[in-house]
Structure formats: structure tokens, C-alpha cells
Design a protein around this ligand. Structure first.
Ligand SMILES: CC(C)(COP(=O)(O)OP(=O)(O)OC[C@H]1O[C@@H](n2cnc3c(N)ncnc32)[C@H](O)[C@@H]1OP(=O)(O)O)[C@@H](O)C(=O)NCCC(=O)NCCS
Length: 102
């Protein structure tokens, strides 16, 4: 898990959750939500009221997880990796209180 200041200049959210990954053997036990709440508390302590993150668009499981925690889609982008186009979707919480109450 990593979080901090927004890295995308075109997104109007001051905080960003940079990454969250759990080993498959510890998924679906509530740890993901707990880590997202840790990030939300950390971002608020750092002065952020809102936050976004990027997920690969094909990672529908992760997108559904973030939607379940109250995020909304706010943008898309894509980049080339070894000749393959990788699509990403940005999701965001306008108020981190929404994430903390999820
Ligand atoms: C995505 C990930 C962080 C979620 O963490 P997790 O520990 O499995 O999720 P939790 O057990 O905390 O789930 C919390 C809530 O979200 C729900 N949820 C989890 N995954 C979901 C999904 N794919 N679709 C819908 N809801 C989902 C759970 O049912 C639970 O809901 P409830 O308690 O309100 O009933 C974790 O599965 C993971 O690390 N996946 C692999 C790496 C990855 O894709 N990271 C994201 C990269 S952008």
C-alpha cells in the first residue's frame, strides 16, 4: 500500500492512493478495506480532503472493490507497454469521509 500527493496534473483531487496489493491467500478477509481506511486516515492527516487512484480497466475486480467503497469513475487514460495498449481508469472519492464510512 502506498499513498500521498496527487501525481496526475489533470485530476482535481489532491491526494492519491498509489497502490494496494494483497497476496491472494489473504484477500477477501477485510484487509483491503482496512488498508484503504489506513490510507484515508493518512491522507487526511496530510491535509487532503479527497483522493483518486488509477486501476487497469481490465481489472474489473479491483474497480468493483473501489466502487463498493464509494468511489466514482473520473477519467481514463492509456499507455503503450511492449507494443500493447494498456487502458487505465481513474476512480475518486470527493470526500474521504465517504471511504472511511464504507
Ligand atoms: C482489490 C483488493 C485490494 C481488495 O482487498 P480484499 O481484502 O480482497 O477486500 P475486502 O475483503 O477488504 O473487501 C471489502 C468489501 O469489498 C467487497 N469486495 C471485495 N472485492 C470485491 C469485488 N471484486 N467486487 C465487489 N465487491 C468486492 C467485499 O465483499 C467487502 O464487502 P462487505 O464487507 O461490505 O460485504 C485485493 O483483492 C487485492 O489486492 N487484489 C489484487 C491486487 C489488485 O488488483 N490491486 C488493485 C490494483 S489497482
Amino acid at each position: 500500500m502506498a499513498f500521498g500527493a496527487q501525481r496526475s496534473p489533470n485530476l482535481a483531487f489532491t491526494g492519491e492512493i498509489h497502490a494496494i496489493y494483497l497476496l491472494s491467500r489473504v484477500q477477501k478477509r477485510g484487509l483491503g478495506r482496512t488498508l484503504m481506511h489506513v490510507a484515508a486516515h493518512g491522507l487526511r492527516d496530510g491535509g487532503h480532503r479527497n483522493a483518486s487512484l488509477w486501476a487497469m480497466t481490465e481489472n474489473t475486480s479491483a474497480l468493483d472493490f473501489y466502487l463498493h467503497l464509494g468511489a466514482r469513475p473520473v477519467g481514463t487514460t492509456s499507455f503503450e507497454l511492449d507494443g500493447v495498449t494498456v487502458a487505465e481508469t481513474a476512480l475518486a472519492w470527493d470526500n474521504l469521509a465517504t471511504l472511511l464510512s464504507s
